[in-house]
Design a protein around this ligand. Structure first.
Ligand code: 5AD
Length: 323
């Protein structure tokens, strides 16, 4: 069943519900091969602050969680890690944090300028900011920005985000696009109240924004959040959403999200055969890494160079080319 270029919510929801999704997976894999080739791009991610002013109900870093120790990395240390990542072969570094007002545009801009001297692409993922701050970071050399819309359902967005609206989030994404950032959004699978129609709307929003990147991952409950008792999102449904994102956005960069934990589960239908072409590896120093707990995960110690080599091997074992 060929998928139309402009599918409706109903059409996408029906696809997500298919008893057998294998044809859609195969189509997504063909689209990926045609538009992105066999390369899997490896990105370094540095989680430089877990301080956050927002109270998102699914996230372990939410400001109401008093159980985690908060940290902030010094700019010099961040730059040092970025240089080590560059030495290890990374061509992109993602600078991610909670929404932490301590890092003013001036501070972030200076860090970006120094990292750009390596020639690496710099992706920023620090939440919502006024347009002029995004513009400033862009002028400092930031190439890309990640800001997931999390859910395209307005009511659900409101319930999950006590201090923001979907409209504001989408507005930020439109600013980023207009400023010339490679712009990434994305959403979670398995949020309370989510239906196939919600996921269909999430996919259509990615397209409407014109996303260059989209991260789609399963929700994982964190014990110190209001959603502690809500079950994890389905990995199968996550892969279906990634496959449809690939078909809708043939040229987009789609990461195998960390929460999907693809490389370890050995499943045949791994996410790299469902349309994904990017993977991120943490380069966050160990003393901070455990504290960046958006959701619970087993983390191994960071060895920037060795971790990258290991990941390259895993990618080659899948018949793909690490870059
Ligand atoms: N489970 C899975 N993903 C989560 N995120 C935040 N909290 C959770 C959770 N409990 C995702 C959001 C955010 C990204 C950094 O992590 O999509 O954009």
């Amino acid at each position: 069943m060929p998928i139309s270029v402009h599918p409706s919510v109903e059409e996408l929801a029906a696809l997500l519900r298919l008893p057998d999704f294998s044809e859609v997976y195969a189509q997504a894999d063909r689209v990926r091969a045609r538009h992105k080739g066999d390369v899997v791009q490896i990105r370094a991610i540095l989680e430089f602050s877990n301080v956050c002013r927002r109270a998102c109900r699914y996230c372990g870093l939410n400001c109401r969680n008093e159980k985690i120790a908060r940290y902030r990395m010094e700019p010099d240390e961040m730059i040092e890690v970025a240089y080590a990542a560059n030495q290890a072969g990374y061509r992109t570094i993602v600078l991610q944090s909670g929404e932490d007002p301590h890092y003013t545009p001036e501070i972030l801009g200076e860090i970006i300028r120094k990292i750009k001297e390596t020639g690496m692409a710099v992706t920023v993922s620090c939440g919502e900011m006024p347009r002029e701050d995004y513009a400033y970071l862009r002028r400092c050399g930031a190439d890309r920005y990640l800001l997931k819309h999390e859910t395209a359902d307005e009511q659900s967005y409101r319930a999950l985000h006590p201090d923001g609206t979907l409209k504001e989030r989408v507005e930020c994404l439109r600013h980023l696009k207009a400023l010339g950032f490679e712009t990434g959004s994305g959403f979670m699978i398995g949020l309370p109240g989510q239906t196939m129609e919600t996921i269909a709307k999430d996919l259509l929003l990615l397209k409407e924004i014109g996303c260059n990147m989209a991260g789609i991952g399963p929700f994982i409950p964190h014990p110190d959040t209001p959603l502690r008792d809500h079950p994890s999102g389905s990995t199968e449904l996550t892969k279906r959403a990634v496959a449809l994102a690939r078909i809708l956005l043939p040229k987009a960069n789609l990461p195998a999200t960390t929460s999907l934990g693809v490389l370890n589960n050995g499943e045949k239908n791994d996410v790299f055969s469902c349309g994904a072409n990017v993977v991120m590896r943490k380069v966050t120093p160990d003393r901070y890494k455990q504290l960046y707990e958006i959701y619970p995960a087993k983390l191994s110690p960071t060895h920037v160079k060795e971790d990258r080599l290991e990941l390259e091997e895993q990618i080659r074992a899948l018949g793909r080319i690490p870059l």
